[in-house]
Design a protein around this ligand. Structure first.
Ligand SMILES: [Zn+2]
Length: 458
């Protein structure tokens, strides 16, 4: 679909998340050639000749949401792994089903995830743990077609384990070291920066136990040489701490520092089990964290110390994780959980105010992806990754504090219009670049076939 050269959005409540955190009532913005060229509290005269005009009275205009940790290849597992302990969740459900994936399953799962994300206001995402059998090329091609901004992280491993003995992956998911590195290099070369920079290719060491110490060091070197970024699950469950202590005599974060992977180009998901010194270390090294509150609570992993991490100067974004652990990819719902659970944990209703949580879902997420100069806020010169949320709903009226309504009361289904890079991907709640009817039908059929092929009894 050709992008309109200029787009005028009028009469919106603009939540800028700019350095002054301005909220502009009755505001207008003009987009030219994919970038925001004007933001005003009044009409934009030069916008009268815009190719596309959107009347946005009664709507909030917010920066596109950034999901910093999500699994594209897990939406086909929705409803297959609930109310189980982590070991049963992995060994009896998630791994065997994922080990039966074909490349077409990988592609359709990515399309289904993106359909849900874009319709609920997510414009950018970090899609983690893309293993070879899901078909990296098919998934990356589907991101280009969808027009979303996505970093795809190729999984890297040299051991079939995860944490302690007895958690051995099924054969279909295991990759041999030489092959995993070769494919990661080739995928980064082929896809990093494609589609005007909308698609990025990163590297993702599998969790503690899936990589040897030497491989962690090599991943850091490879990311540096290829000028890409690193993401991985870290300190997600208490067992990770025991594993790192037993094998390396360190905490998980100390180990990651030791092998040279902590730093501003690294994004660590979960980070639930950190001690005070780890928390300071995350701040000092300027590493980013993906906080996944639904996943951490559903899998009973624990509560990440997010207010403490923010106080230590860490950059913390938000993530939906996956369909077996969340079970949705709706960042607006995720914002509410992030805002409320820490209040209960610390018995402090003042912690994690709505405005901080919106920052996590926008500008902090953009920083975690290394694109904060391009997106994450509504400012002149930035790329037009924008979302209109319809506030004319019973649960969003009266309209007084728009940030409060967005974080505490809104839902992904309130999203009306979504732009990425100045292209309209959703209008009137309908996806324009993803074929919803075909994807929903294919996802249902493929899940049925996948479950029977995997031999898992649900
Ligand atoms: Zn995850």
């Amino acid at each position: 679909m050709p992008a309109p050269g200029s787009i005028l959005i009028e009469d919106a409540t603009i939540v800028t998340v700019d350095p002054r955190r301005r909220v502009i009532e009755g505001g207008s913005i003009l987009v030219k050639e994919g970038r925001i060229s004007e933001v005003r509290s009044s009409r934009i005269q030069s916008g009268s000749s815009a190719e596309l005009k959107i009347q946005a009275k009664g709507m909030a205009l917010i920066p596109g949401l950034v999901d910093t940790h999500m699994h594209l290849a897990q939406s086909l597992l929705r409803g297959c792994a609930d109310d189980l302990s982590l070991v049963d969740w992995l060994k009896k459900r998630v791994w065997p089903i994922q080990a039966a994936f074909t490349e077409d399953d990988g592609r359709v799962s990515a399309e289904l995830s993106m359909l849900e994300m874009v319709k609920s206001g997510t414009t950018s995402f970090v899609g983690v743990d893309v293993v070879s059998r899901y078909g990296f090329d098919g998934i990356a091609g589907s991101v280009v077609k969808a027009g979303m901004r996505g970093a795809l992280a190729k999984s890297i491993m040299d051991s079939p384990g995860y944490g302690r003995k007895g958690r051995i992956m099924p054969e279909g998911l295991v990759e041999e070291k030489g092959a995993t590195i070769r494919e990661a290099k080739s995928m980064v070369r082929k896809w990093n920066g494609i589609n005007d920079g909308l698609v990025r290719a990163w590297v993702a060491p599998r969790s503690l136990g899936g990589c040897s110490r030497k491989l962690y060091e090599e991943v850091g070197e490879l990311a540096g040489e290829m000028r890409t970024r690193v993401t991985m699950h870290l300190a997600e469950v208490r067992e990770d701490v025991r594993y790192a202590k037993r094998n390396f005599g360190l905490t998980p974060f100390e180990f990651i520092q030791k092998v040279g992977l902590a730093g501003p180009r690294s994004l660590f998901a979960h980070m639930v089990w950190l001690n005070e010194s780890d928390i300071r270390g995350v701040g000092v090294t300027k590493s980013s964290v993906a906080h996944c509150p639904s996943s951490n609570t559903k899998l009973a992993s624990g509560f990440a110390k997010v207010p403490e991490l923010l106080d230590a100067g860490a950059n913390v974004g938000l993530g939906c994780d996956g369909a077996p652990s969340n079970n949705s990819y709706d960042m607006i719902r995720e914002m509410k959980l992030a805002a409320v659970i820490h209040k209960a944990r610390l018995l402090d209703p003042l912690t994690m105010p709505a405005a901080s949580v919106l920052e996590m879902a926008t500008i902090n997420g953009a920083r975690a992806m290394g694109v904060e100069k391009e997106v994450g806020s509504i400012e002149v010169g930035k790329k037009a990754d924008l979302v209109l949320v319809d506030l004319k709903k019973p649960h969003l009226v009266p309209h007084r504090d728009v940030v409060s309504n967005l974080v505490y009361a809104a839902m992904g289904s309130d999203v009306d219009t979504v732009l990425v890079d100045g292209k309209v991907l959703v209008r009137g709640g309908k996806a324009l670049t993803l074929d919803e009817g075909r994807i929903l039908g294919e996802a249902q059929r493929r899940q049925d076939e996948l479950i029977s092929r995997s031999g898992v009894k649900l």
